[in-house]
Design a protein around this ligand. Structure first.
Ligand code: S3P
Ligand code: PEP
Length: 449
């Protein structure tokens, strides 16, 4: 099992108006996939703007262990010399995916239909997360797995060299599950079909098409149906990774709650499977203008101008959850500064992320003087409105980058500073968070343990 490094306690204090441009790093979902699809292509894929967060670096290492040649050329420029669909070799060692659910679940998919075994592990957070949601559908191809109780890591997957094509209805809204099945289907004969009741992020479908696979998506009475034709020859691509809307959420939300702020956040995805937070913020009264709409790296993007805003609480439609699943922690911070109540229902998937995010946010918000209500599938935040958020808490982050960043953003607008016990996981998805927020005028610092 990998560790997650020495804890880094951090504190954020009430900050002056935030000003300037926040150019956030590359999209994490697309970065993982660029490396994986590059490794499954025949020839050299060139990637620019790759997110060099630990989650993605762990996927790069895994692709090397499986036989691809992965080269870091510096400044986000990478190349992957792929081995083709069905061309992976048995790794000599355990594959350690660190903190990354996306990494481990997608890589399980892409080795499931190869004729060898792979053992996977991760850090203390990843090793608690459910893997049955991926190993169950992979078993339909003929793949076997043995893990710890509850199907948790460390886990050995015994791939099959003689896979069956599969039709699978996903029982949870999860792009990771959908992607694992489609990746396994790449090396299966015939057509692999995934049906999801609620559409989840569609980067796998878009990018696989870009790499030359036949992927058909259609709306059916059963749900959103994706059909992949197996055993394509994937063709190497030049991938320009767009900026990550889930990382952009942090400076955007900081600017909304820190008085007098006015910032630009360029290149934020408007992909409807990812932009639920931005729709929600506008409904809450956020002053955000979407400038210069265009396409970047195959994704619709816009430059966001964001100004401090007086916000009101709203009820977030549960049907929007998949398109903003990683943004509920920072939304609950914004909701704390709003006037009125924000109701987030249909969010039980948050309980199986890097931490139980409903519990982690609820406990930290209470410590900072915010009144909340929760049940298994719901988080309700009673906004402090004109009274302001007291702050003053030291919040536990449970090896979860989004919990750490959310509470630090809260500290930038609270009456008293907000601390987190460990900001080290921020490096998994947003390694330049401290510098970027500091450059905007935020006061965030490493505090003595
Ligand atoms: O496919 C992906 O890249 C991701 C899917 C989401 O997870 P689920 O598919 O498990 O909801 C999301 O939370 C994660 O950060 C990235
Ligand atoms: C849930 C997340 O990532 P993963 O599932 O890849 O660990 C996230 O980044 O918020």
């Amino acid at each position: 099992m990998s560790g997650h490094g020495t804890p880094i306690p951090m504190t954020a204090r009430k900050s002056g108006p935030l000003k300037g441009t926040a150019a956030v790093p590359g999209d994490k979902s697309i970065s993982h996939r660029a490396l994986i699809f590059g490794a499954m292509s025949v020839g050299e894929t060139k990637i620019t703007g790759l997110l060099e967060g630990q989650d993605v670096l762990d996927t790069a290492k895994a692709m090397s262990a499986l036989g691809a040649q992965v080269v870091d050329h510096g400044a986000g420029n990478w190349s992957v010399h792929g081995v083709g669909v069905g061309g992976f070799r048995e790794p000599e060692n355990v594959i350690d995916c660190g903190n990354s659910g996306t990494g481990v679940r997608l890589i399980m998919g892409c080795v499931a239909t190869s004729d060898f075994a792979v053992t996977f592990t991760g850090d203390a957070s990843l090793n608690k997360r459910p893997m049955g949601r991926v190993t169950d559908p992979l078993a339909l191809f003929g793949t076997k797995s043995v893990g710890r109780s509850g199907g948790r890591l460390p886990l050995t997957l015994v791939g099959t060299g003689d896979p069956m094509p599969v039709e699978y209805v996903t029982p949870v809204p999860s792009a990771q599950v959908k992607s694992a099945v489609l990746l396994a289907g790449l090396n299966a004969p015939g057509k692999t079909v995934v049906i999801e009741k609620e559409a989840t992020r569609d980067h796998t479908e878009r990018m696989l098409r870009g790499f030359g696979a036949e992927v058909i998506t259609e709306e059916t009475p059963e749900g959103h149906k994706i059909t992949l034709t197996g055993r394509p020859e994937l063709k190497p691509q030049v991938v320009a990774v767009p900026r990550d809307p889930s990382s952009a959420a942090f400076p955007v939300c900081a600017a909304l709650i820190v008085e007098g702020s006015d910032i630009m956040v360029p290149g934020v995805s408007q992909n409807t499977t990812r932009n639920g937070l931005y729709t929600t913020l506008v409904e809450m009264g956020a002053d955000i203008t979407f400038e210069n709409p265009r396409e970047e790296g195959g994704e619709p993007v816009a430059d966001l101008r964001v100004k401090y805003s007086k916000l009101k609480g709203i009820e977030v439609p549960p049907a929007r959850a998949a398109s903003m699943i990683d943004e509920y922690p920072i939304l609950s911070v914004v909701a704390s500064f709003a006037e009125g109540t924000t109701v987030m229902k249909g969010v039980k998937e948050l309980r199986v992320k890097e931490s139980d995010r409903i519990d982690a946010m609820a406990r930290g918000l209470e410590k900072c003087g915010v009144e909340i209500e929760e049940d298994h599938d719901t988080l309700i935040v009673h906004g402090c409105g004109p009274n302001g958020v007291k702050g003053g808490g030291t919040c536990a982050t449970f090896i979860d980058h989004r919990i750490a960043m959310s509470f630090l953003i809260m500290g930038m607008a609270s009456q008293a500073p907000v601390s987190v016990d460990d900001g080290s996981p921020i490096a998994t998805s947003f390694p330049v968070f401290e510098r970027l927020m500091g450059d905007l005028g935020a006061v965030v610092e490493r505090s003595p343990a």
